[in-house]
Design a protein around this ligand. Structure first.
Ligand SMILES: *[C@@H]1O[C@H](CO)[C@@H](O)[C@H](O)[C@H]1NC(C)=O
Ligand SMILES: *[C@@H]1O[C@H](CO)[C@@H](O)[C@H](O)[C@H]1NC(C)=O
Ligand SMILES: *[C@@H]1O[C@H](CO)[C@@H](O)[C@H](O)[C@H]1NC(C)=O
Ligand SMILES: *[C@@H]1O[C@H](CO)[C@@H](O)[C@H](O)[C@H]1NC(C)=O
Ligand SMILES: *[C@@H]1O[C@H](CO)[C@@H](O)[C@H](O)[C@H]1NC(C)=O
Ligand SMILES: *[C@@H]1O[C@H](CO)[C@@H](O)[C@H](O)[C@H]1NC(C)=O
Length: 474
């Protein structure tokens, strides 16, 4: 059952309103409101998506409103140093991760975490701040207004912060430089010098001493090989998206990546999206722009499309540097059409993360190099094939893909990798009626595990907020 926080600071007569409002703020597809201060004029806006089809007006009230939300100051969201002035207004949950550049999986993670905390624990939209190493406004793509995390370091921000490390392949030695490389030109990390910790910068694993009033530090199904520079004691709660048998991380709980919850949380609004999305029965095909496919691979894809009478739709899962490109897709389209003009091939160029999710959710089969494409398909019970090796042996993915299949979405004869000619067998296997039971079982089991593991830390965060109060005064 759904639990709600009723803060002791709320007078009794407000309780009724609080309950009504907390339902409003957590209504199934309730609008998520944010208050953005621009030049000290308060502007109330509805954050973009995924709710454009159901723009119910969330009524901000006692539980979920007010002038205590954090204010992002300034005419632009960040200045030439990459900094944003954030005025403390009570305790906040900082959602931290690689959500500031276009990679739809990383952009979805904060939505999953905050929506579960709102619907199941009564948190409010304004209880959250979103940060990456650099600031960026990704609301046009269905993401967040993301601030550079250095804007919240103790020299600039003195409010109480609980920090949730939202996930992704972040549990490894990613330096600030590497992280910034994904942003492209024109972006800066606020307080860049302050990322160093004992001689190293771990861009997505910040220590508590960077913050003035750190509360709980929570790792939400973070991925990666683990780094020997830190261990589980870095976090108050540690959850990983794979079974990691590594010294120093023995007590971390494993669960599938949090994005597997997308269908349960947002399935209904995703099913209503139409923006130029393909119709009919199709293979959804995503590949990283660095992958080269040989003729055998292309022939196998075409043969499968012919046999099943499907069209082929290519799409981008990420448009940040090093991700997917339209040019390789256009080239592949020509190549496919030259080989067999009877198969309809289209390139979907949308970058809204909810459209991309809708495209995958309606596909008859997903073929991808991106792990998060597989994860969305997993959530929506869509048969899926992951391409881990390029045909001439170039490794384009690897450990994280194998780990996901091994721990949560396995045991296939062919579909564990898709090198060269085996792609045809992988597709056949994925489309076999008997495979549906396995896919469905994997999803149901995975969701159950994630929910249990989520509860371990969310209960604790909830208690922490109840005892300290939203005002953050401690
Ligand atoms: C950017 O904003 C921060 C926070 O308001 C401020 O401390 C810093 O001096 C500003 N830097 C520049 C170059 O404007
Ligand atoms: C916290 O910072 C604000 C300015 O952002 C300042 O007005 C306030 O006095 C500071 N509080 C403490 C306890 O340092
Ligand atoms: C983790 O690291 C801390 C400090 O860096 C150390 O004191 C502790 O013994 C380590 N714990 C484990 C389980 O490795
Ligand atoms: C193949 O699909 C197209 C469009 O989806 C449909 O018009 C056609 O009848 C189908 N052909 C067969 C043989 O099923
Ligand atoms: C793989 O094949 C492509 C196209 O034939 C080629 O450009 C690329 O260099 C090859 N990669 C390796 C590692 O051989
Ligand atoms: C699917 O799960 C059900 C119930 O948990 C189990 O009885 C069945 O054997 C599973 N089937 C497969 C193919 O794993």
């Amino acid at each position: 059952m759904v639990e709600r926080i009723l803060f002791p600071v709320v007078p009794l007569w407000l309780l009724f309103i609080a309950v009504v409002v907390s339902f409003a703020c957590s209504s199934r597809d309730g609008s998520i409101r944010a208050y953005i201060f621009a030049d000290s004029i308060r502007v109330s806006r509805t954050i973009a998506h995924p709710f454009s089809s159901m723009q119910s007006e969330g009524v901000p009230g006692a539980g979920c409103t007010g002038p205590r939300e954090s204010a992002l100051h300034g005419a632009s969201q960040y200045n030439s140093s990459g900094c944003t002035e954030v005025i403390p207004h009570g305790r906040k949950v900082l959602l931290y991760g690689a959500m500031g550049r276009h990679n739809f999986g990383d952009m979805l993670m904060p939505w999953i975490v905050e929506t579960m905390l709102q619907r199941r624990y009564g948190f409010c939209p304004d209880d959250f701040l979103h940060a990456d190493v650099a600031g960026a406004d990704l609301r046009a793509y269905g993401g967040h207004l993301v601030i550079g995390v250095g804007s919240l370091f103790s020299n600039m921000y003195n409010g109480s912060l609980d920090v949730i490390f939202c996930g992704g392949e972040t549990l490894q030695d990613i330096s600030l430089n590497i992280a910034m490389g994904m942003f492209g030109r024109g972006f800066k990390a606020c307080n860049a010098d302050d990322f160093m910790h004992r001689g190293h910068s771990l861009a997505y694993l910040l220590p508590k001493d960077k913050f003035a009033k750190p509360g709980l530090f929570i790792a939400n199904t973070v991925g990666g090989p683990g780094t020997s520079r830190i261990n589980q004691s870095w976090f108050d709660h540690c959850t990983l998206r794979q079974n990691l048998h590594r010294a120093g991380y023995e007590d971390c709980l494993a669960a599938p990546d949090s994005v597997i919850m997308i269908n349960i949380l947002f399935g209904e609004s995703i099913s209503l999206r139409t923006n130029g999305l393909p119709m009919g029965r199709y293979f959804a095909w995503q590949f990283n722009s660095r992958v080269h496919f040989d003729d055998g691979f292309v022939d196998a894809i075409l043969a499968a499309a012919r046999t099943n009478n499907f069209s082929i739709v290519m799409f981008r899962a990420g448009a940040a540097p090093g991700h997917d490109g339209l040019k390789p897709y256009e080239a592949m389209k020509s190549r496919l059409e030259k080989t067999d003009s009877s198969i309809a091939v289209t390139v979907f160029d949308g970058l809204n993360i909810w459209d991309i999710s809708a495209l995958i959710s309606r596909a008859t089969l997903l073929i991808s190099t991106s792990l998060h494409c597989r994860i969305i398909a997993f959530s929506f019970y869509v048969p899926r094939v992951t391409v881990v090796l390029g045909p001439n042996g170039t490794q384009v993915g690897g450990n994280k893909h194998f780990a996901f299949m091994r721990d949560w979405d396995g045991d296939w004869d062919y579909s564990n990798d898709a090198a060269d000619a085996r792609i045809g067998l992988s597709i056949q296997e994925a489309l076999r009626p008997s495979s549906k039971v396995v896919f469905d079982n994997n999803t149901r089991r995975g969701v159950g595990i994630y929910e249990n593991v989520f509860k371990t830390w969310a209960d604790s965060l909830h208690k922490h907020w109840k005892s300290h109060g939203r005002s953050g005064r401690q």
